[in-house]
Design a protein around this ligand. Structure first.
Ligand code: SF4
Length: 449
C-alpha cells in the first residue's frame, strides 16, 4: 500500500491540513496519485459545517462499495470523522481509518496499524494540547502559502460543530510560526496566509505571551515576504492593534474577513456569538477610520431558528450601513450536537431561500457600487493564474479582490514565460459585482488600496 489519493472538502484549514497529511505520507515513502482509481490508500478530508457537505463524503464512498473498491484501503479524516467516529465503520464498512484533525500528529502510528492489516483504525481523541506542527508539507500553491497558527475553538456558537470536531483552542509558539514563515520566504514564497478558526484568539503559549496583533507585525517584518493575509477573525477578539498593524505596514494586506452572522443583537445572543450589533459596529468603525482603505468581508446566516422578519431586516440594514466588499451568505443548517438543534421556531426552507435571495440581491448592488470606485485607478496584483477561456491573467489585489487583466507584452503564457507569481500594476478599466478587469499599466497613476 504505497500510493495514496487525498480529496479535501471544506475550508482553508482543511486544505492546509491535507497539505500536511500529504507531506507526512510522502515522508513515509508513499506516492501521491491524482485519481482514486490509481490509489491503494484513498483519503477523504471532510467538512461537516452543513449537512450537504457531510453527505458528500458518503456519496464518494458509495462509489467504491463494490468491485471498484477491492484491494483499496479507505480513510475518512477531518470534521465528519470526528463527529461521526466509529459509526462510519457501520455506515461504510469498507472504511478502515477514521481520524479527526486533532489526531494528525499520530498519523505515522495510524499508518503502521493500517499497513499491519488492522481494518478498524481510529484517531478520535480531542484531549490534546498539540498542534499539527510538521515540517512535512506538500504545498498546492507555489506562490501563496498557508500557515496554521491556532487550531480548535473555545467559543460555542449555537449552530456550529467546530468545537466538537476540532477540539479546544491551542496556539503554536510564535517562534515556530516565525521559523515556518522564514523558511517559506527562503523557498521563494512572497505571500503567506495565517490560518485559524479564530485567528485573532491567538495567544503565544511561550513566555512572550504575544497576542495576534504582535505576531502579525513580526510575520510582516520577515525579509522576502511581500504580502501577509489572515483568516478567520472573531469580532469578540478583534482589537484596535490589529488595525494599527495593518495601517503601519503595507506588507500586511488591507483586507479583514469579520463574520457577523446577523445584524440583530437578539439573534446574535441566541447564536451565542458573544457580541452585540453595537460591539461589532465598533470594530467596523476602527477599520473605516484607518488610513489605509481596508476591504471588509463577512459571513451571514439567514433563517436561524426564531429569526423574525424584523430581525432579518436588521441584517439588511447592517449590510447597507457597512457596505461590505463581499460576503458569504448561508441558510441555517441543523447540525448534530449543537445547541440550536433544540431551539424552537425553525424557519421553513422557502422562507430561508427568500431571505437568502433578498440579501444576495441587496449585496450585489453594494458590490457593484464599491467595485466601480476602482475604475481608472491602478492596483498592484499578485498574479495567480491565466484564464484560457477569457485570455486574461488572473490577479489578486492586497484587498483580496480578483482583478483579471490583459498584458499586451505577454498576452498568454509562452513556455516558461509566465506572469504567475509576479506582482504587476494593473489599470482598472471595468468593474463587476465579484471582480475587476483591466490591462497591464505602463505607468503608475493613483491607486485606492
Ligand atoms: S467561533 Fe463559533 S462559528 Fe467560529 S468556529 Fe468557533 S464555534 Fe464555530
Amino acid at each position: 500500500m504505497k500510493t495514496f489519493y487525498i480529496e479535501t472538502f471544506g475550508c482553508q484549514m482543511n486544505a492546509h491540513d491535507s497539505e500536511k497529511v500529504a507531506g507526512t505520507l510522502l515522508q513515509q515513502g508513499y506516492t501521491q496519485v491524482e485519481n482514486p482509481e490509481e490509489a491503494e490508500l484513498i483519503l477523504y478530508n471532510t467538512c461537516s459545517i452543513r449537512d450537504k457537505a457531510e453527505q458528500k463524503v458518503f456519496s464518494r464512498l458509495q462509489q467504491f462499495k463494490r468491485e471498484s473498491g477491492k484491494g483499496k484501503v479507505f480513510g475518512v479524516l477531518g470534521c465528519v470523522a470526528q463527529q461521526e467516529g466509529e459509526k462510519i465503520f457501520e455506515r461504510a464498512p469498507h472504511v478502515s481509518l477514521v481520524a479527526g484533525s486533532a489526531s494528525y500528529t499520530k498519523l505515522p502510528q495510524l499508518l503502521v496499524q493500517l499497513e499491519a492489516g488492522n481494518r478498524r483504525v481510529t484517531g478520535l481523541s480531542l484531549d490534546t494540547g498539540e498542534t499539527f506542527d510538521t515540517p512535512f508539507t506538500r504545498r498546492d500553491n507555489p506562490h501563496r502559502a498557508y500557515i496554521t497558527i491556532i487550531e480548535g475553538c473555545d467559543k460555542a456558537c449555537a449552530y456550529c460543530v467546530v468545537p466538537m470536531t476540532r477540539g479546544p483552542e491551542r496556539s503554536r509558539t510564535s517562534e515556530s510560526v516565525l521559523r515556518e514563515a522564514r523558511s517559506l520566504a527562503e523557498l521563494g514564497y512572497s505571500e503567506v496566509q495565517l490560518l485559524g478558526q479564530n485567528v485573532n484568539s491567538y495567544r503565544d503559549p511561550s513566555d512572550t505571551q504575544w497576542d495576534f496583533a504582535r505576531l502579525l507585525r513580526a510575520v510582516g517584518e520577515i525579509d522576502g515576504l511581500r504580502r501577509v493575509r489572515f483568516t478567520t477573525s472573531h469580532p469578540r477578539d478583534f482589537v484596535k492593534e490589529m488595525v494599527a498593524a495593518i495601517d503601519q505596514d503595507e506588507r500586511l494586506c488591507n483586507h479583514v474577513h469579520l463574520p457577523v452572522q446577523s445584524g440583530s443583537s437578539d439573534v446574535l445572543s441566541r447564536m451565542q456569538r458573544l457580541y452585540s450589533r453595537d460591539q461589532y459596529m465598533r470594530c467596523i468603525e476602527w477599520m473605516k477610520r484607518a488610513k489605509r482603505d481596508i476591504a471588509i468581508t463577512t459571513d451571514i446566516i439567514v433563517g436561524f431558528p426564531g429569526e423574525t422578519e424584523a430581525d432579518f431586516l436588521e441584517t439588511v440594514s447592517l449590510i447597507e450601513q457597512i457596505e461590505y466588499d463581499s460576503m458569504f451568505i448561508f441558510k441555517y443548517s441543523k447540525r448534530p450536537n449543537t445547541p440550536a438543534l433544540r431551539y424552537d421556531d425553525h424557519i421553513p426552507e422557502e422562507e430561508k431561500t427568500r431571505r437568502f435571495l433578498f440579501l444576495q440581491e441587496r449585496q450585489r448592488a453594494i458590490q457593484i457600487r464599491r467595485n466601480s470606485r476602482y475604475v481608472g485607478t491602478t492596483e498592484e496584483v499578485h498574479v495567480e493564474g491565466y484564464n484560457l477561456a477569457t485570455h486574461q491573467w488572473i490577479g489578486r489585489t492586497s484587498q483580496n479582490k480578483t482583478l483579471n487583466f490583459i498584458d499586451p507584452d505577454l498576452p498568454e503564457p509562452r513556455g516558461a514565460r509566465t506572469l504567475v507569481g509576479q506582482y504587476m500594476d494593473v489599470l482598472v478599466t471595468r468593474a463587476g459585482p465579484n471582480s475587476l478587469a483591466g490591462e497591464r499599466a505602463t505607468n503608475r497613476p493613483a491607486s485606492i488600496s
